[in-house]
Ligand binder design. Structure first.
Ligand SMILES: Nc1ncnc2c1ncn2[C@@H]1O[C@H](COP(=O)(O)OP(=O)(O)OP(=O)(O)O)[C@@H](O)[C@H]1O
Ligand SMILES: [Mg+2]
Length: 249
């Protein structure tokens, strides 16, 4: 079982890593679920599917499943049928779901929507061999304990001080959503003194999971809405996948 959440500053390559790992693991025969937990939804397109309904938009369903009389609601609503119904399986066999955003409520809110999305995540953790969560660097709408049961938080950074600063925030995120282990992927790497220093810093202070070189094919894939794994160099992603298998299986 490989259950990972991928986080990092905007634009560092979370979705690219999520899609490529999902693809590679599905190709090996694992049953894989990939969930977009980001408010800017782009994982489905990176996995070559569209028309995935954001679960948070199912207002009526949420009401039926979560709400009880007198303003109370269920913390443990039934969602297994919805998991099947509102996921799309791509041509490589990856099951894709989109959580979507919750408009109301602050951090850790206990609104019906968040109870519902948490139930979906809890269900996902026990559903398939592999679970990959594409997350943002914060937890505005899901709150504490959201990803309990996920083994590993992968923080993606790119060479640059801003994304290194985000690492501290992601460490806090790991604590909040109750993931015990965190490791780091340095993405968009290019040969330079500065980039090397970033890798050394990560090695000293965190667990380095992998280094992915800057690859123009990935920009091309993004611009042409082609899943990244169809045209990019997959070798660095394969190495990360192997390491993950060693760590989690
Ligand atoms: N190794 C790489 N080399 C070159 N470009 C890359 C690399 N990895 C990702 N990119 C490009 O960087 C951009 C952002 O990547 P991606 O969407 O995966 O990041 P993200 O962290 O999910 O972004 P967001 O925060 O917007 O969800 C895309 O154009 C993608 O193709
Ligand atoms: Mg993304």
């Amino acid at each position: 079982m490989i259950k990972v959440a991928i986080s990092g500053k905007g634009g560092v390559g979370k979705t690219t890593l999520a899609a490529n790992l999902a693809y590679l693991l599905a190709k090996e025969g694992y049953s894989v679920t990939a969930i977009d937990c980001d408010s800017s939804i782009n994982l489905p397109s990176a996995l070559g599917v569209d028309n995935v309904t954001p679960l948070s938009s199912l207002k009526k369903v949420i009401e039926e499943r979560v709400k009880m009389p007198f303003g109370a609601f269920r913390y443990n609503p039934k969602v297994d049928d919805l998991f099947e119904k509102y996921s799309v399986v791509n041509s490589e066999g990856v099951r894709v779901l989109v959580l979507g955003t919750i408009e109301k409520g602050g951090e850790g809110c206990f609104c019906p929507e968040s109870a519902f999305l948490r139930a979906i995540l809890r269900h996902a953790i026990f559903s398939d061999d592999v679970l990959i969560l594409d997350m943002e660097a914060g937890i505005e709408h899901l709150g504490r304990g959201t990803a309990r049961g996920v083994d590993l938080l992968i923080a993606v950074v790119e060479p640059g001080m801003r994304s290194i600063e985000t690492l501290k925030r992601i460490e806090k995120l790991a604590e909040d959503i109750e993931i015990d282990r965190m490791c780091v992927v340095v993405n968009k790497y290019f040969q330079s003194e500065g980039a090397k220093r970033i890798v050394d810093f990560v090695k000293e202070s965190y667990e380095l999971l992998g280094v992915i070189p800057y690859d123009v094919k990935l920009i091309e894939a993004d611009m042409n809405k082609i899943p990244p794994y169809k045209i990019c160099d997959l070798k660095p992603f394969e190495e990360i996948k192997e390491k993950l298998k060693e760590m989690c299986l």
